[in-house]
Design a protein around this ligand. Sequence first.
Ligand SMILES: [Zn+2]
Length: 496
Amino acid sequence: MKRVLIGGLVHETHTFLAGGTGLESFAEMIWVRGAGLLDRCQGDVSPMGGALEVAQRQSWKVYPSVYGAAMPSGAVTDEVLESWWAAFAEDLDQALQEGLDGILLILHGAMAFASFPDGEGELLRRIRARLGDRPLPIAADLDLHANFSLQMARCANIFTGYRQNPHTDARQAGERAAQLLDQVMKGKGLPQVVALKPLVLYSPKGTSTTAEPMLSLERMARRLEADHPELLEVCVLPGFAYADVPCAGVSFCATTTGDPHRAESLLAPLAQLALEQANAGNPLDPPIAEVMPQVLALAQGPIGLIEPSDNIGGGTPGDGTGILQALIQYGVKKSAVVINDPQAAAACHTASVGERLQLCIGGKVDHLHGPTLELPVELLRRTDGKFSLENEKSHLASLVGRQVDMGLSALVRHQGIHILLTTRKTPPMDLGQLRSQGLVPEDLYLIGIKAAISHKAAYDPILRASFYVDTPGLGSSDLSRFPYRHLPRPMAPLDP
Ligand SMILES: [Zn+2]
């Protein structure tokens, strides 16, 4: 019976956002340890749920340690790192005394701490140092938006990554990490990890796996695995561009039982293609004023207005008013937007349904996501903001499980425009978000969607048309707007 210590820390850090991400943000989503980890994740669709299922199937003795996850947001505080590490190191020491065969971590791969920009690299470095000269395998799974570092490659033996964006296969990546760890624990010799980083950034919108360049890169990676059995997994990691850290950008990594130099040379054509496709990985969005006449020429909805600049799944505040302003300006009735605004939602909860209120909506977290709009509205509905996912395999499910809590929420209407106000920002990855609050998405003419790619699994099946628009915000698809200081240069597409 193999004995495995399991834990993890999941965060996608947008380093340009003001404000840090502290323990309270993890507590709001996931922060569990020991039996609490098993209670929370066993049987769910998260990568941790997948790993635990393999653990059960392979009859591992599992030492559940500490596992945390928070919504994408600003730099993670050092307190989170030290709290996680204190718990994990204690559990590791205990497990080493009892006997340990391997370590399995569920990670995202684009976490930056205030003092350690290569967040996962720092976790893995500490674990490897604690193990000393014990040759124990460490396996981890990653989101494809991981900013992979060479330190991560040095300190671990197995990496698996999501292969779909939107991430409908997160659970499988956790399963594969556990399967490969199981094989390695039962075989001989530790695999090594090699990585290539071709010095190119892709914006989130450029990382869709149903479009180039990801289609070709994924295909090449799977072919490499098929042709070279010593490559246990090849990860295509287009990275998370809103991280001003030295390891940001597109990466490729391979877990190999063969010659690492050979594995590196096998990855070279992928790195070459990724660089050549810098433009395809950075599609820009047209200004909203240019798009609205095309939208309004269509008589039938639902039409999606996609706003990467306030892409909640990428960490932005979700209170941007760019689309709402346009809907008001063009008088678009039967439309809806979701704005995360705890103050406005709370104000609605002191009023009665049917009442008319004057509300200040959105644009409050910073001055970069459009102005706060003061609007007369009619209060249609007040709720606790809880809903069950319609698609239990969605990316949202892999993050939070089946139940989502948007906090106190309210539905208001201004001149035929529905505005759903929430207390906790919630990425638009499931139609239950609207339906649970009294909106029928199929009956709307236009829906404002704060996302780049992650909405597609939920919304594409019901939208007659969708248009990307450029609005103010820190999720802009135009990376030249960001004041990078810590990237290696030259970096495409920023430098000639
Ligand atoms: Zn991702």
